[in-house]
Design a protein around this ligand. Structure first.
Ligand SMILES: *[C@@H]1O[C@H](CO)[C@@H](O)[C@H](O)[C@H]1NC(C)=O
Ligand SMILES: *[C@@H]1O[C@H](CO)[C@@H](O)[C@H](O)[C@H]1NC(C)=O
Ligand SMILES: *[C@@H]1O[C@H](CO)[C@@H](O)[C@H](O)[C@H]1NC(C)=O
Ligand SMILES: *[C@@H]1O[C@H](CO)[C@@H](O)[C@H](O)[C@H]1NC(C)=O
Length: 214
C-alpha cells in the first residue's frame, strides 16, 4: 500500500514538474522521497560545475513568507527561521497551521551585509490565490510574491556553515565567469542560500547556493 501511494505521489509530482510552466494544478516536489512541497521550477541547463533553474514561471502566483533579521548568519539562522516557523504554526491573523515546505532561503547582499531576509515558501494550497495567504502577525514578517527569476546553483551536503555557503558561492561565480554567464546583481533575489532539511535530518542533507543570472 505504502509503495503504491509513494509511486502515485511520484507520478503526480513528475507530471506537475513537466507541466509546471503552464498548468500548476498539483504541488511541485523537488525531492520526491520526503514529499515536502517546494516551489515549481523549470530546469534550464546542467553543466559539470553548476546548473540553472527558472522560478516563478508558473501561470499562478507563488508567495514566500519573509522575516527581516539584522545581525549575523547565526541570527538569520536562529531568529529568521523561528519567526517563519511561528508564522506557519499559527502566528497569523487567520490562526491557521501551514505545512512546512523547503527550501528555507537566506538572502542578503554586500551593501547591507547584516540585513537578512529569511524565507519559507507558502505551499500551493494557500498561495494560488493571494487573498488566501495567511497574514503574519509579527511586523517583521511579510509576504512576498516570487518574482520570475533564473538562478545558477551548486549544491553541497552536510550541515551548512556560513563558510560553506561563501565557498560554494565563490566557486559558482568563478564557473559562471569562466562560461561568460552574466549575473544579475542589485535585487533582493540576487544572492540566495538555500537549505532543504530540518535540523533533525542527520544524513543526506542538501544545500544550494544560488546566484541570479540574466
Ligand atoms: C538537469 O539535471 C536534473 C537532475 O538530474 C534533471 O532533472 C534535469 O532535467 C536536467 N536538466 C536539463 C536541462 O537537462
Ligand atoms: C534593520 O536595520 C535597518 C537599518 O538600521 C532598519 O531600517 C530595519 O528596520 C531593521 N530591521 C529589523 C527587523 O530590525
Ligand atoms: C480566494 O480566497 C478567498 C479567501 O479564502 C476566497 O474568498 C475567494 O473566493 C478566492 N478567490 C478565488 C478566485 O478563488
Ligand atoms: C540589499 O538588501 C537590503 C535589505 O534587504 C535591501 O533593502 C536592498 O535593496 C538590497 N540592495 C541591493 C543592491 O540588492
Amino acid at each position: 500500500m505504502k509503495t503504491i501511494a509513494a509511486l502515485a505521489a511520484l507520478a503526480i509530482s513528475l507530471g506537475s514538474r513537466v507541466q509546471a510552466q503552464t498548468l500548476p494544478t498539483a504541488p511541485c516536489f523537488i525531492y520526491d522521497d520526503d514529499k515536502i512541497e517546494a516551489p515549481c521550477s523549470v530546469s534550464v541547463k546542467n553543466t559539470s560545475s553548476y546548473s540553472i533553474r527558472l522560478y516563478g514561471a508558473d501561470a499562478e502566483p507563488e508567495f514566500w513568507s519573509t522575516a527581516a533579521v539584522n545581525g549575523s548568519w547565526a541570527d538569520a539562522q536562529g531568529r529568521g527561521f523561528n519567526k517563519n516557523f511561528l508564522y506557519i504554526t499559527g502566528a497569523n491573523k487567520e490562526g491557521v497551521k501551514i505545512p512546512m515546505t523547503h527550501p528555507v532561503l537566506a538572502r542578503h547582499n554586500d551593501s547591507t551585509p547584516t540585513q537578512w531576509q529569511v524565507s519559507f515558501f507558502v505551499p500551493s494550497a494557500f498561495s494560488r490565490n493571494e487573498t488566501s495567504v495567511p497574514t503574519p502577525t509579527d511586523k517583521d514578517v511579510t509576504i512576498q510574491r516570487a518574482p520570475l527569476f533564473k538562478v545558477a546553483f551548486k549544491e553541497f551536503p552536510g550541515f551548512a556553515t556560513e563558510k560553506d555557503f561563501l565557498s560554494c558561492e565563490a566557486d559558482l561565480r568563478a564557473a559562471l565567469a569562466a562560461d561568460g554567464v552574466a549575473t544579475l546583481g542589485g535585487t533582493d533575489w540576487s544572492r540566495v542560500w538555500a537549505q532543504y532539511d530540518s535540523p533533525f535530518t542527520l544524513f543526506g542533507r542538501h544545500n544550494e547556493c544560488w546566484v541570479r543570472v540574466q
